[in-house]
Write a protein that binds this ligand. Structure first.
Ligand code: XMP
Length: 539
């Protein structure tokens, strides 16, 4: 049986936006999130909901348009995901993409058949007739295909507005009902003018206004936060990473001193990290910040531990212990403050991709259940209500919000840093001396990457301390010292990654400086493995 969730379950109402909204029904395509982002790039809010969402619920959300995503199924296969058929009677424009197009054809009386020729990859669309969907695009459009089925007979009232070599009905429309279908993917970058097609749909056909801006988001969210929090207080675990930093700045704008941030210095941070957090949040923003220096406690628990998994478990457990203890202290101090004076809420920097994952699962029981990595773990026994002010946003939007709220570039654009910190970059036992060595080497990597204008172009760049010593010579002296590896990767989301082909002279500077300046290292290597099969972090 599923463990009882200690937090309030987030509701979809939290994701409503007062402005034009495009609703995307998710049929399981790997591109669903990309569609949502493309719509937002048109300054229009987009919301992803499970494919089976009832028409009545859709009416409540009142979107200006509906997009049916692609998906891996075939419309005629058993158990194929289907929308509520009443969505076609809502008098809201609909655009079906790939599987979405096939659904439109299948459900409204057309015919979809398995094609002998699977169309995959680049293709050319011949536009026929005049359709608002292709306005301004000319007669030939480069497109990206990925489908096996095709529409062989149109439903009544529909006409073809585009064809490809093997599909006469690659784009269709019902002018009066404002229902459209595309067999290709306008949302992917390989359809170079796909954005114009999406713009034509959301602006031209649905009449959406461009009201989704980070300014309007900040305004509406602050209002909602004030309403929800009332006179209570909020606790936030601040890690110094982008998501928790922006959550802090946003909550502070909304509720000021009712927010308290807890920053746990676990002794495994990079050089100056705690100072930057203190300077930015306590001094500049004047946010109530509780810094807990727990380095000794973490290091003593890590003594003698070399297994990567055990390190991670110990650090996770200690973090919860320290955070809970601090939260309890704070709560006990405000207990006497009567109704509304105490800490009732715990804030988290959950982003939209995590929310969509949970939503997709709710509508699709067959999907594998993924654990929601941002929820859980934190003070479960303490009955906080969860607040997730960034749950509507994609990462690039979070960065924009951070900049608008006045967070420095250095914080908003910073590279990801793992929760267990430098402990997973020190192979073998974590000791104060090895932490010193790695911190110094890492500082060289960061400063040289910044000086060469590479730091903000890559996903991550850092040093790893290996449990290997080798012989070297310095002056006339023989040395027998540590080896460090440099890891520099590019990635979209951390799921896959490739090593960055840095210029040799930059690598040479990094290596020379580390060996000259960091006592304890006499050899530097460059990691040229991609993920998969390697991972980004070494442990
Ligand atoms: P891997 O090493 O699995 O890392 O390829 C993928 C991305 O996740 C980051 N990472 C973590 N982030 N807590 C975090 O918040 C963790 O325990 C953790 N482990 C890895 C890693 O830095 C990379 O960006």
């Amino acid at each position: 049986m599923k463990k009882k969730e200690p937090y309030l379950q987030p509701t979809l109402e939290q994701d409503d936006f007062k402005g034009s909204t495009i609703l995307i029904l998710d049929f399981g395509s790997q591109y669903t999130q990309v569609i949502a982002r493309r719509v937002r790039e048109c300054s229009v809010y987009s919301l992803v909901m499970p494919f089976g969402t009832k028409a009545a619920e859709i009416r409540r959300v009142a979107p200006r348009g509906i997009i049916l995503s692609g998906g891996p199924a075939s419309v005629y296969s058993k158990g194929a995901p289907q929308p509520d058929p009443k969505i076609f009677e809502l008098d809201i424009p609909i655009l079906g993409i790939c599987y979405g197009l096939q659904l439109v054809a299948h459900l409204l009386g057309g015919k979809v058949e398995h094609s002998d020729r699977r169309e995959y990859g680049p293709g050319l669309l011949d536009v026929s007739g005049e359709s608002q969907l292709f306005e301004g695009l000319g007669r030939h459009v480069d497109i990206w295909n990925s489908h096996g089925d095709k529409v062989t007979r149109l439903p009544r009232g529909f006409r073809a507005i585009g064809s490809t070599e093997h599909s006469p009905n690659a784009a269709i429309e019902h002018v009066k009902k404002r229902i459209f279908g595309l067999q290709f993917h306008p949302e992917v970058v390989h359809t170079p003018r796909g954005k114009e097609i999406i713009q034509n749909f959301v602006h031209g056909i649905c009449g959406c206004t461009m009201d989704w801006t980070m300014g309007s988001f900040i305004e509406q969210t602050c209002e909602r936060l004030r309403e929800r929090v009332g006179r209570h207080r909020v606790i936030l675990g601040l890690s110094g990473g982008v998501d928790s930093s922006v959550t802090a700045a946003l909550l502070h704008k909304a509720i000021g001193n009712q927010l308290t941030c807890i920053f746990v210095d676990n002794g495994l941070l990079r050089a100056r990290e705690a100072d930057v957090v203190r300077r930015v949040f306590a001094e500049n923003f004047r946010i109530r910040l509780k810094v807990v220096s727990a380095g000794r406690q973490f290091l003593s628990k890590l003594k003698g531990i070399v297994s990567p998994e055990r390190k991670r478990k110990i650090i996770g457990r200690e973090f919860i212990r320290v955070f809970e203890g601090t939260a309890r202290q704070l709560a006990s101090r405000t207990r006497g403050m009567g109704e509304g004076g105490g800490y009732k809420f715990l804030a988290q920097g959950t982003l939209y991709p995590d929310v969509i994952e949970s939503v997709a699962i709710a509508g699709n029981p067959a999907a594998l259940i993924k654990s929601h990595h941002n929820v859980g773990g934190l003070p479960e026994r303490m009955k906080f209500e969860l607040i997730e002010p960034l749950r509507q946003l994609f990462k690039d939007e979070v960065r924009q919000v951070g900049l608008q709220l006045g967070l420095p570039h250095e914080v908003v654009q910073r590279q990801p840093f793992p929760g267990p910190g430098l402990a997973v970059r020190i192979l073998g036992e974590v000791t104060p001396e090895r932490l010193r060595i790695l911190r110094e080497a890492d500082t060289v990597v960061i400063s040289e990457m910044k000086a060469a204008d590479w730091y903000y172009k890559v996903w991550q760049s850092f040093a790893v301390l290996l449990p290997v010593r080798s012989v070297g010579v310095m002056g006339d002296e023989r040395t027998y010292e540590n080896t460090c590896a440099i890891r520099v990767v590019e990635s979209q989301d951390g799921m896959t990654a490739d090593w960055v082909r840095l210029p040799y002279d930059l690598l040479a500077r990094i290596s020379t400086r580390i060996i000259n300046e960091v006592r304890g290292i006499n050899r530097v290597c460059f990691d040229i493995s991609s993920k998969p099969p390697a991972t980004i972090e070494w442990e």
